[in-house]
Design a protein around this ligand. Structure first.
Ligand code: AP5
Length: 260
């Protein structure tokens, strides 16, 4: 693919006498650049996706792949809280007290943060929410914020996996607290043991991935987050995918569902 500057240079040399022609070429290239992110979706559709599922089901793994494919921002509330904890912010200090116990951070600390983030310019063609909403009040807050802009979510992808698989996935997961990359000691090991492939920082077992906290997070999921499956089912945007399958198969299934 030729860059704008290269083509402009080529056409300037070939058609220096025809200013109108060059202007048209510029317009075509400008339109192509500004539609980045829509190009893969087709028909000018936006792609606003929610990833639903239990802790450790594989939401983040698939969300990163979808974000890369459709060039839409991946917004993970867990990553936002972990970055705040790492930077010692007030939000981070508050969030940590809940996260370490396997509890949800209160809705009032979460909703505005996400609504502000999806209002940013890079979200205009779509975005993928990973770990939000997690309660019915959070979902209502999101629906309301989008209604005010005459918008709505396009898909809620429910990654479905039995609780038995979760514990082994999470005890094997290693996370980079610097850049958010995740690995698994068996399924996706780092190239150098214990070191993030992407940024070179150490990868660690997250505090909330310890088995006693995972158990609590699963209880919280069943009580507070699972009702969202019906909430988005009633809105007609729910798509369920079996994530006991290999990661690439799961990804292909999701792409088929959202492009159907
Ligand atoms: P968050 O970071 O969102 O954690 P989570 O939802 O519990 O999800 P995880 O990140 O643990 O797992 P995942 O589903 O992304 O799985 P992954 O792809 O890594 O939230 C952490 C905490 O922050 C919460 O507990 C809460 O306190 C707070 N919080 C966040 N958002 C909040 C909100 N909206 N409201 C209130 N509080 C909030 O995969 C897991 C492992 O499995 C990996 O090792 C992966 O390699 C492996 N794997 C993935 N897919 C497959 C596959 N198909 N086959 C085999 N292995 C696989």
């Amino acid at each position: 693919m030729y860059s704008w500057r290269y083509l402009e240079y080529r056409y300037l040399h070939l058609y220096t006498s025809d200013k109108l022609y060059i202007f048209k070429i510029k317009q075509i290239l400008y339109n192509r650049e500004s539609s980045k992110g829509k190009a893969h979706i087709g028909g000018g559709r936006t792609m606003k996706i929610i990833m639903l599922g239990a802790p450790g089901a594989g939401k983040g793994t698939q969300a990163k792949k979808i974000s890369d494919k459709y060039e839409i921002p991946h917004i993970s509330t867990g990553d936002i809280f972990r970055a705040n904890i790492k930077n010692g912010t007030e939000l981070g200090k508050k969030a940590k007290t809940y996260m370490d116990q396997g509890l949800l951070v209160p809705d009032e600390l979460t909703c505005d943060l996400v609504v502000d983030r999806i209002s940013e310019e890079d979200c205009k063609n779509g975005f993928i929410l990973d770990g939000f909403p997690r309660t019915i009040p959070q979902a209502e807050c999101l629906t309301e914020a989008l209604n005010e802009r005459n918008e709505k979510m396009d898909y809620a992808v429910n990654v479905d996996v039995p609780d038995e698989n979760i514990i082994s996935r999470m005890s094997g997961r290693r996370a980079c607290l610097n850049c958010g990359a995740t690995y698994h000691i068996v399924n996706i090991p780092t190239k150098k043991p214990g070191i993030c492939d992407r940024c070179g920082e150490p990868v660690v077992l997250r505090d909330d991935d310890k088995p006693e906290t995972v158990k609590k997070r699963l209880d919280v999921y069943h009580a507070q987050t699972k009702p969202l499956i019906d909430y988005y089912g009633d809105q007609g945007i729910l798509k369920t995918v079996d994530v006991t399958l290999p990661m690439e198969t799961v990804f292909d299934e999701i792409v088929k569902m959202i492009e159907a």
